[in-house]
Design a protein around this ligand. Structure first.
Ligand code: SF4
Length: 709
């Protein structure tokens, strides 16, 4: 791969799962200007506020420039020796499953692949999870239950070609802005109707034809009612259901027990009957429907059932895999899907394979792995609880900031202090996570966006290149190179003799195609022999890319058009979902429901967007949205300050009184941290009860009290 940087570099935005193409023009002084890539099919030249401000975030303030051990600068040799020696010693004393990795949807696929291979094949620990657990693991679980695979059936063009767009638990206008512009274009051009389903009236709801402000956590009742309505109106595609699915009768029977009528649906969701009927009739009478779902669905203790309740309605009508129709999970992070592809979730092995004996054996042979794991590891919430119990002795965190983004983050800080070995691969030295300490603490300086080179996969299965256009500062290195050096010190050098990201990508692609005769959805076989030059120049392309297809490097926009799925009998599955119930209901002491989410111009824990004054001008400080009636009841005034308290922590936030908030609920953004605002860490307040299927924690409904300060 060439080291020469051309004057304009095509790369991909490092923020949300839309995965917009970016043109970066380095200024030769460590900075760059950015513009949208008109040739990238995700955005056709458009960028949102965050993407267009990327050039303002390239400074080196607070950069971690050198390896550090226990607060002292050391050489790479010494830092890598400390990590490898610590891992070896802990494995000998406590076994390999006393080691855990916590990865990130910000990592490139190549970094993710090496981390997963090192942990699951060579160290022999199954405890590899990722902040994607907090993002879309419920969608993954819903896909697998319904389709037999974690496959997003459609593509962004479906948003252009739909006549009805249903947005569930998604402030698309702020969190996937470029997709929302496509939706607005479809509305202007073809009269596409937009329905939003969200307890909170957001910017997205303001622009909808119909907004359904349902009670928190009642999505399964709404979509159960819709399934019943489709059946009673004769809108179920009986031939499709009979030929391509299983489980319809049981799912319908359960739906009838949850929401047997319009009136029952209205009562269960708190919606006006007229609005329920209007939505049901729109869905029933419109063939081209795309239902997009995002964090409001996934970040729930019933997130998997919510996803399946949505998918049930698309299967019942046969509206899947065709232009302008299908369920569509909008992923939050730039590479949430790439992480899924390599197996970066604790309940996956690699390349969309899990733990059937033949899958374990296949991956073991492909990797020539001496210590292949044979079962699932602990998911994020359980992993951090195991650290607190002392079961996990070593933790390696890469590219994420769990001390701000994980539920009950204060307990996590205490848990980390008890680790024997705590390794953080980071860009900044000042994140809450980088400043935490354990018995032995190692900070490893990693490449940032603009310095990294590799691939990411967006919400529509499109793999795009992130390309380097800046020289890495100090001693920062690629994550894959750091891990390969550790593997080498542990005696696994022959299996980690990587010299480029392209080489890792080829191996990843080859594993996806290994003994895959169309039995698995994820197949990059056509890219397994990509040359270095071909990798450098690779255009964005959607998987699957099997070698045996007629046009192997073309990719596929849609799957399941033929009604064949990845279950053993090729039939999709309806799921009989549970009735809606909040994991934690409000009490007399904690009478309000706290919802968390994002603002338009910040990303995650603000480690990059916080550098841009322009972006910070939109919302300069953490805040609490509350309905006027609740504000009056709790003696709160707009612009004043409130203390929000849960069973786990409290925070002081500026009050924003708005009738966009539902009575009895409050909303606070997740971005601010100890670094950026005292008392602003909102997710630290959250209990985070996990979904029993996906393990994704509830971040949208925590009982809380509120008082003026
Ligand atoms: Fe596109 Fe998302 Fe980046 Fe905005 S933040 S430019 S929508 S990828």
């Amino acid at each position: 791969v060439s080291d020469a940087i051309p004057p304009v570099v095509k790369t991909t935005c490092p923020y949300c799962g839309v995965g917009c193409g970016v043109l970066a023009t380095p200024d030769g002084k460590g900075g760059a200007s950015v513009a949208g890539d008109t040739e990238h099919p995700a955005n056709f030249g458009r960028l949102c506020s965050k993407g267009s401000a990327l050039g303002e975030t390239l400074d080196l303030d607070d950069r971690l420039l050198h390896p550090m051990v226990d607060g002292a600068r050391v050489s790479w040799e010494s830092a890598l020796g400390t990590v490898a020696g610590g891992l070896r010693r802990i494995t000998e004393r406590h076994g390999p499953d006393s080691i855990a990795f916590y990865l990130s949807g910000q990592l490139l696929t190549e970094d993710y692949y090496v981390a997963n291979k090192l942990a699951k094949g060579f160290l022999g620990t199954p405890h590899v999870d990722t902040n994607s657990r907090l993002c879309m693991s419920s969608a993954v679980a819903a896909h697998r239950r319904a389709f037999g695979s974690d496959t997003v059936p459609g593509c962004y063009e479906d948003l252009d070609e739909a006549d009805l767009l249903v947005l569930v638990g998604s402030n698309t206008a702020w969190c996937h802005p470029i997709l929302f512009r496509r939706m607005a274009d479809a509305k202007a051009k073809r009269g596409t109707r937009i329905v939003t389903i969200d307890p909170r009236r957001t910017q997205t709801g303001e622009e909808a034809d119909l907004h359904l402000g349902l009670r928190p956590g009642t999505d399964t009742a709404l979509f159960s009612g819709l399934l019943v309505h489709l059946a009673t109106q004769g809108a179920v595609d009986r031939r499709y259901v009979a030929e391509h699915t299983a489980g319809f009768d049981a799912a319908l029977e359960r739906a009838q027990s949850i929401a047997p009528s319009i009136a029952a649906t209205a009562a269960a969701t708190g919606l006006p009957e007229a609005d329920v009927l209007a939505f049901f009739e729109l869905f029933t009478r419109t063939r081209r429907v795309v239902t997009c779902f995002s964090m409001g669905v996934n970040q729930s203790a019933q997130g998997t059932d919510k996803g399946n309740a949505i998918i049930n309605c698309h299967l019942a009508t046969g509206r899947i895999g065709q232009p302008g129709m299908g369920p569509f999970s909008l992923t939050g992070q730039p590479n949430a899907m790439g992480g899924r592809e390599v197996g970066g979730l604790a309940n996956m092995l690699a390349a969309h394979m899990h733990f059937a004996p033949e899958e374990v054996d296949r991956v073991r042979r492909f990797w020539d792995a001496p210590n292949i794991i044979t079962g699932e590891g602990m998911k994020a919430v359980a992993m951090f609880e195991a650290i607190a119990r002392g079961k996990i002795k070593a933790l390696w965190v890469m590219g994420t900031n769990p001390l701000v983004s994980m539920p009950r983050a204060d307990a996590i800080r205490e848990a980390i202090a008890g680790l024997d070995l705590y390794v953080v691969s980071e860009v900044l030295s000042t994140t809450d996570t980088a400043r935490a300490t354990a018995t032995k603490t190692v900070l490893l300086p990693a490449h940032a966006w603009g310095e990294k080179s590799g691939t990411v996969t967006n919400s529509e299965r499109r793999i795009s290149r992130q390309r380097s256009f800046l020289k890495a500062p100090g001693e920062a290195r690629a994550d894959w190179a750091i891990m390969s050096d550790v593997a080498n010190r542990l005696g696994h050098g022959a299996s980690f003799a990587y010299t480029s990201a392209a080489q890792i990508f080829r191996e990843h692609a080859a594993l996806s195609a290994f003994e895959n005769e169309g039995s698995r959805d994820f197949d990059l076989g056509a890219l397994a022999d990509l040359s270095d030059r071909g990798y450098d120049a690779a255009p964005p392309v959607q998987w699957p890319l099997p070698k045996r297809s007629a046009d192997p490097r073309k990719g596929r926009a849609r799957l399941f058009a033929d009604g064949r799925f990845y279950t053993f009998d090729a039939r999709a599955r309806f799921v009989a979902v549970q009735p809606p119930a909040l994991a934690l209901a409000p009490t007399a002491e904690r009478p309000m429901i706290l919802n968390t989410g994002r603002v338009r111009d910040h990303w995650h824990t603000m480690t990059r967007t916080g550098k841009s004054q322009r972006l910070s001008a939109h919302r300069a400080a953490p805040f609490l949205e509350i309905h006027p009636d609740d504000a009056a009841r709790h003696r709160l005034t707009d612009g004043g300050f409130a203390r929000v308290t849960t069973d786990h922590a409290s925070a002081i936030l500026e009050i924003a009184v708005t009738d966009g908030a539902q009575r009895g609920t409050m909303f606070a953004p997740m971005h601010w941290s100890d670094m950026t605002a005292s008392n602003g860490r909102v997710v630290a307040l959250v209990r985070g009860v996990p979904d029993p299927v996906s393990g994704q924690p509830e971040l949208k409904a925590t009982p809380a009290s509120v008082e003026p300060v």
